[in-house]
Each structure stands twice: as structure tokens, then as C-alpha cells.
Design a protein around this ligand. Structure first.
Ligand SMILES: CC(C)(COP(=O)(O)OP(=O)(O)OC[C@H]1O[C@@H](n2cnc3c(N)ncnc32)[C@H](O)[C@@H]1OP(=O)(O)O)[C@@H](O)C(=O)NCCC(=O)NCCS
Length: 456
């Protein structure tokens, strides 16, 4: 069954509910081995990665067993002091995410040139409020939000961002830069500008004492540490159908599709309410404990969590635009916070329709449940409530990756499996690939296992 269109970006991909978990796991394993040919997006021969074969990343089919940790010790004397030279007519710049005009310039670049589906029917459209939020987490520095400008016009034509943070890899906590929003103007593609942006941000990080990075891409590069499918859950199936985002599967009717995705109008979990600033410490504790279940997970500081749940601005809103929704479950007897769930918003422009036509997508963000005994039941209830809340907030579709404990609810809650992979990468760090686990592994109290990091 095919609900959503095929795409370069797995978050926009076709939903084919019947791709079973075994097939998905096998495909993930092939990717790590450099074998998959997933819709032409599989890895090429190792030698053809002209840039990536020169970088401190694990190469395909490398026997990295038992050799975890940094790949290269960085010698600062060998790190260039000057910026890498650019093509003639272009110059380096930065984007200050607190400057409205500069955020506007970034919005302009991304809204016209960022990730599209394979047929160029949809393009991710991060709002200016979202971009400001995504680029100003604690520790941010303007020098890591790197732009390239055309010298004559000063037009922004390329961008890459970095945010410092800590992640847990098994028992180690390491400082990394989180790389995002790599984008090059369509007219400047295939000119090897991406390697330059990557080398320049690497240089700036090395100078500041950050030697590792985490990043995600639909592209298969050497070598994913984890590969996760996107799953999609229609909230307004008719809207998705009318915009060409969803197809009508064979052997069914529109009315049956609408009925299939129907949700109750009120949430079901007793004690579920909007998260407030006063819940922050309890949520941090809950999340920290919960995330220990995974091989790789974020190590949030309280300030980072406050930022990512957008509590400074009061429930995720700025200028009337909300980017994050966060809810807690408060035990009505003990007043303890027992569960937490959040999601964030990204729109996709419908390119084949009028300019203003958009698909509003909620992305499952972090969640945690205290009562791991009835984890499956607990999470199914919690995420179903998140679907109800997202529908009320007028989202059209709800996306989730196949990571964390999501296998415990995806199928049951009518999420459809997309046909693309989102690959996770670590730069200058070798670790055994994370196995994306199925339902039984999620229920295994003996975890850790699986991927616990969500990137915007
Ligand atoms: C991704 C994008 C920046 C690549 O730019 P490009 O002009 O096609 O590629 P360039 O000629 O500059 O560089 C090619 C190199 O970059 C690598 N590359 C391509 N996409 C990459 C990515 N997402 N992350 C890291 N490296 C990437 C290629 O593998 C190649 O290196 P190789 O020779 O080792 O294989 C550009 O296609 C783009 O802006 N796409 C739309 C937005 C997007 O998809 N961004 C990535 C989000 S993860």
C-alpha cells in the first residue's frame, strides 16, 4: 500500500505499510556493509567517494570490531589557520540566528533549495521561527553557522550549521558538533562546494577543541552508524490525497482510508497535560533514565532541554508560531511526572500547487515513560494521544523514525513504512553499528540497544 510520495528525504517518502520489519532490518544491515542499492541511493564503490575517503570516517566493510573511539588524533599544528579558499566570486560569511534579516536570508535559501522529494513535488520548508530555534541552542556560535555569499550581490548561496552538544555512546560521553542544514543553491551544485563547507566547519571545530561530529543524511556515505526508516501516519488523509501527497491504495476507497485514520477527539491517558516550565527537572530525570536504554543517546543539560522544549518562550510559541509541543503525564495521586512526549513542526511546500499550499507535518521528538513494565501498552496510549493532539493542532501527517522504542507502536497506530532510509553518521569516531531493533528487542529489559538521538 502506498500512501506518500517517493523522496530523497525519507521524511517525505512513500508509505508502503507492508514492508515488513525483517526486510527493513536486512536492508539496514546491507547499508552498513556497503551493499544496498536502495532506489539508486545506495553506496557506490568505496573508491568513488573522492572526498569521504580522505576523511576520518569508517570506510565501508572496514573491520572495526573492538576498535571503538576517535579515528584520528588531531594535531592542531596541522590544522589550517586560514579559511579554505572558495571559488572565484564567492566569499565566506556567517548567519546570526538572532538577526531577523539574516534568518530571512537563510529561510530564502532553504525554502528554494533544500530537500525535495524525488519528483520535486514537495520541498521541506522550515519556518524562520524554527530556524532561529534550531540554531540557538546553548553553546551556539555564529562562526559555526557558515554561509557562502556571492561577492558581488552578497546573496547567500550555501549554508551549513553546527551546534555543540554532548552525546552518550555506550558508556562514554563525548563532545560533538551536530551538523545540519547543509544546502547549496541549485545553480551551484556538483562544484565540490559541499566538501569545502564540511572542511571549513571541521577546521573551525578543531580550532575550538571539538573533534567529533554527528550528522544525518538520506545519502549513503561511508559509513552509517545506524539507518532508520521514516514512518508516516496520516492525520488528514483527504488533504494528503488532494495535494498528491498520498495515493489511494488499490482495493480500498477514500471513505475507508478516512475511517482507517480516524482518531478520537479527546486524549485517553489520565493526567496528560501540557508541559510547563516547572516540570523541566522531572522531565530531565525521566528522559535521562529512559535514554539509557539506547546505545547512542543525547546527554542533555537542563539548559539544552529547556531550549529544545522551547520553554523560555512559553510553550513553544514565538510570534504566534509554535514549533514544539510537549506534554507530560502527571500521576493524579502522587503528582509525579510518569511520562513525557513531544513533537515538532515542519511544513512542506506543495510545489505543484499554489505557493501557499503546504503539508503540515508533526515529527515525533523525544518521549519517555517511567513504567517500563507495561511499556508497550503505555507507549501505544501515549503516542496515540500525541496523534490526537497533533490532529487538533491541525497537522496533516505525523512522522516517526524507526528508532528508540518506536517498534512498539508504529504498526498498531497505523504508521506506514516509508521507502527511504535516514542514515546517522559519526565523524572521527568509530563504533560498532547500532542495530535497529524489533519489537521483542524493545521489550527486552536488558537494553541498551538501538539509536536514541533525534536530529531536526
Ligand atoms: C546535499 C548537497 C549540499 C550536495 O551538494 P552537491 O553540489 O550535490 O555536491 P558537491 O559537488 O558540492 O559535493 C559532492 C560531495 O559531497 C558529498 N555529499 C553529498 N550529499 C552529502 C550530504 N548530505 N552530507 C555529506 N556529504 C554529502 C558527496 O558524497 C560528494 O563527496 P564524495 O565525492 O566523497 O562522494 C546539495 O545537493 C543540496 O543542497 N541538496 C539539497 C539539500 C540537501 O539534501 N541537504 C542535505 C541534507 S542531509
Amino acid at each position: 500500500m502506498s500512501d506518500l510520495p517517493s523522496s530523497n528525504d525519507p521524511s517525505l517518502t512513500k508509505s508502503s505499510l507492508n514492508l515488513d520489519n525483517a526486510t527493513v532490518s536486512e536492508e539496514s544491515a546491507k547499508l552498513r556493509m556497503g551493499e544496498s542499492r536502495d532506489k539508486g541511493r545506495g553506496p557506490r564503490d568505496a573508491g568513488t567517494y573522492k572526498f569521504w575517503k580522505t576523511q576520518p570516517v569508517p570506510q565501508f566493510n572496514e573491520d572495526g570490531k573492538g576498535r571503538g573511539g576517535p579515528i584520528k588524533k588531531v594535531n592542531l599544528d596541522e590544522v589550517p589557520k586560514e579559511r579554505y579558499p572558495l571559488l572565484d566570486g564567492f566569499e565566506w560569511g556567517t548567519i546570526d540566528p538572532e538577526d531577523k534579516k539574516e534568518v530571512g536570508e537563510l529561510y530564502e535559501l532553504l525554502s528554494n533549495h533544500y530537500v525535495e522529494d524525488d519528483d520535486s513535488n514537495f520541498r521541506l520548508n522550515y519556518s524562520p521561527v524554527f530556524l532561529k530555534w534550531a540554531l540557538t541552542a546553548p553553546g551556539w556560535q555564529k562562526q559555526w553557522h557558515i554561509g557562502v555569499r556571492a561577492s558581488a550581490s552578497q546573496k547567500l548561496v550555501a549554508f551549513i550549521s553546527g551546534l555543540p552538544t554532548n552525546i552518550n555512546i555506550h558508556t562514554q560521553t563525548i563532545k560533538v558538533i551536530e551538523i545540519n542544514f547543509l544546502c547549496i543553491h541549485k545553480r551551484l551544485r556538483s562544484k565540490r562546494l559541499a566538501p569545502l563547507l564540511i572542511k571549513e566547519i571541521t577546521r573551525r571545530c578543531y580550532i575550538q577543541g571539538i573533534y567529533q561530529a554527528i550528522y544525518t543524511a538520506a545519502a549513503v556515505l561511508p559509513t552509517p552508524v545506524a539507518s532508520c526508516r521514516y514512518y508516516h501516519r496520516a492525520l488528514d488523509w483527504l488533504k494528503l490525497y488532494d495535494s498528491g501527497f498520498s495515493h489511494l491504495p488499490a482495493n480500498t476507497t477514500k471513505a475507508r482510508q478516512v475511517a482507517k485514520y480516524h482518531l478520537p477527539s479527546t486524549t485517553q491517558t489520565p493526567g496528560l497535560r501540557l508541559m510547563q516550565a516547572g516540570d523541566l527537572e522531572a522531565v530531565r530525570e525521566l528522559l535521562e533514565q529512559y535514554l539509557q536504554r539506547f546505545d547512542i543517546s543525547p546527554a542533555f543539560s537542563i539548559d539544552e532541554l529547556r531550549h529544545w522544549l522551547f520553554l523560555e518562550a512559553g510553550q513553544g510559541k514565538e510570534g504566534g508560531k509554535q514549533v514544539v509541543w510537549a506534554y507530560v503525564v502527571e500521576d493524579l495521586e502522587t503528582q509525579k511526572i510518569t511520562d513525557f512526549v513531544s513533537f515538532y513542526s515542519i511544513e512542506s511546500a506543495v510545489l505543484s500547487h499554489s505557493q501557499s499550499d503546504v503539508i503540515r507535518t508533526a515529527y515525533l521528538y523525544y518521549y519517555a515513560a517511567h513504567r517500563t513494565q507495561n511499556l508497550q501498552q503505555r507507549l501505544q496510549g501515549l503516542i496515540n494521544d500525541a496523534l490526537i493532539l497533533a490532529k487538533k493542532a491541525r497537522f496533516d501527517v505525523f512522522n516517526a523514525l524507526r528508532l528508540q522504542d518506536n517498534d512498539l507502536f508504529l504498526e498498531k497506530l497505523h504508521f506506514g513504512c516509508g521507502d527511504g532510509q535516514l542514515n546517522y553518521y559519526l565523524f572521527n569516531y568509530r563504533v560498532e553499528p547500532v542495530v535497529i531493533e524489533d519489537e521483542s528487542a524493545c521489550l527486552d529489559g536488558q537494553r541498551p540497544g538501538g539509536m536514541g538521538v533525534i536530529m531536526l
